[in-house]
Design a protein around this ligand. Structure first.
Ligand SMILES: [Zn+2]
Length: 408
């Protein structure tokens, strides 16, 4: 294990760090003494199928000393020479015990701090920092790989693809937007609701409704509170051999709580038609920045076959978007804002039609309450499922008479 100062070594950690990124406004360690203490404001863990992320939140930026990646059973990250305190209500020890991380301890002192992580077995980890953003404080993030998980996830996706062939069903990949360290848009302060929670609730309800349709099977990309990069989401759907991809989100206006209604997006190759839609796409695409995924160069595939596939996927995506919105608009509680196009990264597969549903505005108190209610989530799911069914009928996809394995 080597010891390095994090920002200088950030580019090494794959999947988490941003190459060349430096931490803005990081306080030099030597100036820390005597300054306002650095406060640890939260310590959280997010367990996913492939990794666990431990997130420390701080009152301001700081520079930590640690190995930036490697394999170990015990990891220590230190912050020497800086007065450090724990905010009220933040425990010193976080017991995770999810098979990936045993526990995490934060020792804060007037002359520095140390953060210690114990793993049940020797495990791969990487460490990075995330700058403070609009709703998010400065964070120290430790990604810890779940041993053997990559194979388990690959097996699950392959199992779905096999089940699809065997049972002659259509697979709809349902993608709950955001998750884990990426909370998505925030609801009104007093309601304490964030986008990642309602998207998962609606997505789970949608899978339940889809599974009631003969010959259709819903499958989640994310089934818990953890982060998945945008590209991984549609690549998971490709590995499942999904027939459709539906990403569930909740909208937000930057300034006032005046936005309302539902809109359904499909991919635009030329950017959004208007500024508000471009801003929204930026906001949703920022998920990867929040989760610390390095930006990737655009995939410059120049192939006629690819173009044909893409054109067909876009036409079908538009039809799917229109059909879904028609069904959602049947609920008079929500205004229909129409079908729109913007450059959402998550919609970039050419293998199947993809849409992104901005269900309602989470920063509008009335719609936030709707989004939080079980009844609304179920109703939204029922309408979207009815839209999917109608889409399959419109595209004359033949659905078997009965649902279930062995039915012909
Ligand atoms: Zn979103």
């Amino acid at each position: 294990m080597f010891v390095g100062v994090l920002p200088a070594a950030l580019g090494v950690a794959p999947g988490l760090a941003q190459p060349g990124e430096t931490v803005p406004a990081a306080a030099p360690v030597t100036e820390g003494l005597g300054a306002a203490p650095l406060t640890l404001t939260a310590m959280r863990s997010f367990s996913g199928p492939e990794n666990t992320r431990i997130v420390f939140e701080f009152s301001r930026a700081a520079i930590f000393v640690s190995a930036d990646s490697g394999e170990t059973r015990e990891l220590v990250i230190s912050l020497p020479g800086e007065a450090t305190a724990r905010a009220e209500g933040v425990a010193q020890v976080l017991r995770v015990r999810d098979g990936v991380v045993d526990s995490v301890e934060a020792e804060t002192r007037v002359d520095g701090a140390s953060f210690r992580l114990w793993f049940p077995v020797t495990t791969r980890f990487h460490v990075s920092t995330l700058p403070a953003q609009e709703h998010q404080p400065f964070r120290l993030v430790i990604g810890v790989a779940r041993p053997g998980a990559e194979h388990a996830v690959a097996r699950r996706l392959e199992g779905i693809a096999q089940g699809k062939r065997r049972d002659r069903v259509r697979v709809v990949a349902v993608d709950a937007g955001h998750g884990g360290v990426d909370m998505g848009a925030k609801g009104p302060r007093k309601l304490k609701v964030v986008e990642k929670t309602v998207t998962l609730a609606v997505a789970r309800a949608l899978v339940e409704e889809l599974n009631k349709i003969p010959g259709v099977r819903g499958e989640l990309t994310r089934d818990g509170d953890y982060f998945i990069p945008l590209r991984d989401r549609y690549q998971m759907a490709e590995k499942m051999k999904a027939d459709l991809f539906v990403s569930i989100h909740a909208n937000s206006t930057r300034r006032r709580a005046s936005g309302r209604g539902t809109e359904v997006f499909f991919l635009s190759l030329r950017g959004a038609g208007d500024q508000a839609d471009a801003d929204l796409a930026d906001l949703e695409n920022a998920a990867d920045l929040v989760g610390g995924v390095p930006p990737e160069a655009e995939n410059d595939l120049v192939s006629i076959l690819y173009d044909v596939k893409r054109t067909s996927a876009l036409e079908q995506s538009q039809l799917l978007a229109e059909t879904l919105l028609d069904h959602v608009a049947a609920d008079r509680r929500l205004e229909s804002r129409g079908v729109k196009q913007a450059g959402f990264v998550v919609l970039k597969s050419v293998e199947f039609p993809s849409v992104l549903v901005e269900t309602a505005f989470i920063n509008n108190p009335v719609e936030a309450r709707l989004l939080m209610s079980k009844e609304f989530q179920k109703k939204m799911a029922r309408q979207l499922a009815a839209g999917v069914r109608r889409y399959f009928e419109r595209t004359r996809a033949e659905l078997p008479e009965t649902n279930g394995p062995g039915s012909q």
